[in-house]
Design a protein around this ligand. Sequence first.
Ligand SMILES: [Cu+2]
Length: 165
Amino acid sequence: MIRLSRLASVGAIAVALAACQQQQASEPQASETAVPAAPDAKPGLALTDGRLVLPAVKDNPGAAYFSLVNSSDKPAEIAAVDVAGAGMAMLHETMQMDGHSTMSEMKSPAVQPGETLVFAPGGKHVMVYKLPEGLKPGATAEMTITFADGDKLSAPLAVEAPGGG
Ligand SMILES: [Cu+2]
């Protein structure tokens, strides 16, 4: 038990140091605004412009959109997404087929170093099922991305009225 907890704290320090060095090493980007520190943060990764558009019909899924900026020197692969209080969240992509649009599930989308993965209406989005009761425009909902390496990144989604997507 003692040995395990020692190992865990050494690991935590190593992670904190790595995060520190990463921040010093990363160049400020002209177009980026300052991102407040999230409770969970993956070094070099930032989630911006997060929003959750409520469904027009109650009990239908909502859709979340955001930009994921990779300022690190490694690709980052999304393994899963979760919206606090919601039943389930799935990575979807809307595509045009024979003049109508279809949605399909995305497996592990990745963002390369120096690139931004954009989730926006008509393209990639997160389908959010079983939204928490009473979620209203103007509120925020927290989304957490789990990466393939186990790192997590949490950020707020601004809740918007239907039709905003
Ligand atoms: Cu969808």
